[in-house]
Design a binder for this molecule. Structure first.
Ligand code: GTP
Ligand code: MG
Length: 202
């Protein structure tokens, strides 16, 4: 399930402008700065294929990356970035949700949640929206390399992960699959790629 070929294809802001070849794809979504672009780079073993930044709001389009000649990884703008102009945020929210609802080649949304901090309201709202709209979803917990911090309530990543799953349990008929990851240690990389391969073969 390893990635041997990865190539940026295009940026779109409308679902209609996304690649039209019907290849299966997986989209990475989550709060700004949660680590979507970093995870994509970890999966393809490249440092800067998707651009990352310490500052939230780096990714602003629907970015398609062509993998192994046969499927796509899709990097999306984050939600919940308070410092971006409201107009821009509304725009991002509109076109990503339109994409989730209309994109028929979308196999699963990968919702990224920061495991180093307690659950955020906006993440719960997002999970709830995906559940309500029955968008196939996989939960990806990021930054599992980070140690617990007093100011974050002193919980370890695995404790935050358990709390989050409990909080969203009412949103889904069957609990979504979940994987713990780190783009620093590459924890979870093989598990994600195997999971994606299994989903493609259904
Ligand atoms: P936007 O495009 O702005 O929505 O952000 P993003 O979700 O793509 O986040 P990005 O990958 O740009 O990473 C944001 C910051 O988090 C960067 O400083 C990364 O180095 C850091 N980061 C990402 N993943 C990890 C991780 O697994 N562990 C740690 N410790 N830091 C991470
Ligand atoms: Mg990004």
């Amino acid at each position: 399930a390893q990635v041997v070929q990865a190539e940026f294809v295009k940026s779109s802001v409308r679902t209609e402008d996304c690649p039209a070849d019907g290849l299966p794809e997986f989209a990475l979504v989550g709060r700004s700065n949660v680590g979507k672009s970093s995870l994509l780079n970890s999966l393809v073993r490249r440092k800067r294929l998707a651009l990352t930044s310490k500052k939230p709001g780096k990714t602003q389009c629907i970015n398609h990356f062509w993998i192994n000649d046969s499927w796509y990884l899709v990097d999306l703008p984050g939600y919940g970035y308070a410092a971006a102009p409201q107009e821009l945020r509304t725009d991002w929210d509109k076109f990503t949700k339109d994409y989730f609802l209309k994109r028929s080649s979308l196999v699963s949304v990968f919702l990224l949640i920061d495991a180093s901090i307690p659950a955020k309201k906006i993440d719960l709202e997002y999970a709830s929206w995906l559940g309500q709209n029955q968008i196939p979803m996989t939960l990806i917990f990021t930054k599992c390399d980070k140690r617990k911090k007093k100011k974050n309530g002193g919980k370890r990543p695995d404790e935050n992960v358990g709390d989050f799953q409990e909080l969203i349990s009412g949103f889904f008929e069957t609990p979504p699959p979940w994987i713990m990851t780190s783009s620093v240690t590459n924890q979870g990389r093989d598990e994600i790629l195997l999971h994606m391969a299994q989903l493609r073969n259904y």
